[in-house]
Design a protein around this ligand. Structure first.
Ligand SMILES: Cc1cc2nc3c(=O)[nH]c(=O)nc-3n(C[C@H](O)[C@H](O)[C@H](O)COP(=O)(O)O)c2cc1C
Length: 320
């Protein structure tokens, strides 16, 4: 049965879910309703990075509704970028308070800011008075401890937010351990804002576990699960056709390859990007280890293409 009351959001995955991926994805698969784009860092002195802005340009994003994400902690720089995005047509933006990487966190950006509820308060006080865009926040349970969120949520309650997207891990956990469903539930009960679930939905079974535990949640953000099984959103919504899954993956792969070939200058850049996708495809394909290893070892475009051809000749099958 089609599940129409569920919204599926493609997660921002820096180095993967850029505008090229989002457009090719939309040509091949359905079920994803919107996307949050990989973060754009704020820059000082009223500067913008054109390549990052291009990623969210509305004229390039007609196939899938996209919400730009900003990473930064200086209110003035954030307002400058948010204003620019608003003038481009982005009435919704997202603030990244989840990035776990220590280089970023040390600079009090991403999950690094979760240790400082007062700074978040002062930032939102300044920013929300000045921007015209609706703001959502994507965050983790904390930087070091999953209790930190209970000092953050009362701060967020004071402000009008579009939504909170919660990935229930701490920053220092990176992607270790399981998403903490009990902590997510506690957070859900402690916020007045609508909350979107994000974390470890990798197949239908893991989706059903989350859905059963949180029957009131209707918005789900999925990242690595969609990279690995691009028809996962179709499966969740009951609109997937079981036939030709591998052919669909191959057609999708070939289109991705052609599209990136047009924009990447060096061969290593192209094969590097494509190998990144194979690391995820490989997770949901049966007995893919050996042929996959050969793809990942390919050191030229010709070799890469031959190894991909070889992979599809082994009659691969998706794990159910
Ligand atoms: C390679 C990679 C890049 C990511 N880039 C971003 C990003 O730019 N912004 C962000 O908020 N989260 C980013 N994330 C986190 C994901 O959006 C998501 O929160 C996380 O992967 C958990 O969801 P999942 O289990 O469905 O993948 C990234 C994660 C990975 C693995």
């Amino acid at each position: 049965m089609a599940k129409n009351d569920i919204t599926i959001i493609l997660a921002p995955l820096q180095g993967f879910t850029d505008v090229t991926y989002r457009n090719v994805f939309s040509d091949h698969f359905s079920g994803v309703d919107e996307a949050v784009a990989p973060f754009i860092s704020t820059m000082g002195q009223m500067r913008l990075k054109p390549s990052r802005i291009k990623d969210v340009a509305p004229e390039n994003n007609k196939k899938l509704f996209v919400v730009p994400q900003i990473l930064g902690n200086v209110a003035e720089d954030f307002i400058f970028l948010a204003d620019h995005l608003y003038r481009m047509g982005h009435h919704k933006i997202n603030w990244n308070l989840g990035c776990p990487h220590s280089k970023i966190a040390k600079k009090m950006r991403g999950s690094g800011l979760l240790l400082f509820p007062d700074k978040i308060d002062a930032f939102l006080d300044t920013v929300l008075a000045k921007i015209a865009n609706k703001l959502s926040i994507k965050l983790r349970l904390g930087r070091k401890s999953k209790e930190e969120i209970f000092k953050i949520l009362p701060v967020l309650d004071q402000y009008p937010l579009d939504e909170i997207i919660l990935h229930p891990r701490t920053g220092i956990q990176m992607y270790e351990g399981a998403s903490d469903h009990d902590a997510f539930e506690k957070a859900l009960l402690s916020s007045r804002h609508p909350i979107t679930y994000n974390g470890d939905i990798s197949d239908l079974n893991s989706f059903h576990i989350v859905q059963k535990k949180f029957p009131l949640i209707k918005r789900f953000m999925i990242g690595r699960g969609l990279l690995s099984r691009p028809f996962l959103a179709e499966d969740i919504k009951g609109i997937m056709t079981v036939e030709n899954q591998i052919k669909r993956l191959k057609d999708f792969h070939d289109d991705l390859f052609d599209s990136y070939q047009k924009i990447f200058s060096g061969p290593a850049h192209l094969t590097g990007r494509m190998k990144g996708f194979w690391n995820y495809f490989g997770l949901s394909i049966k007995q893919s280890k050996k042929p996959l290893k050969k793809i990942l070892k390919a050191n030229s475009i010709a070799k890469y293409q031959a190894m991909v051809e070889n992979f599809f000749k082994t009659n691969p099958e998706f794990i159910e």
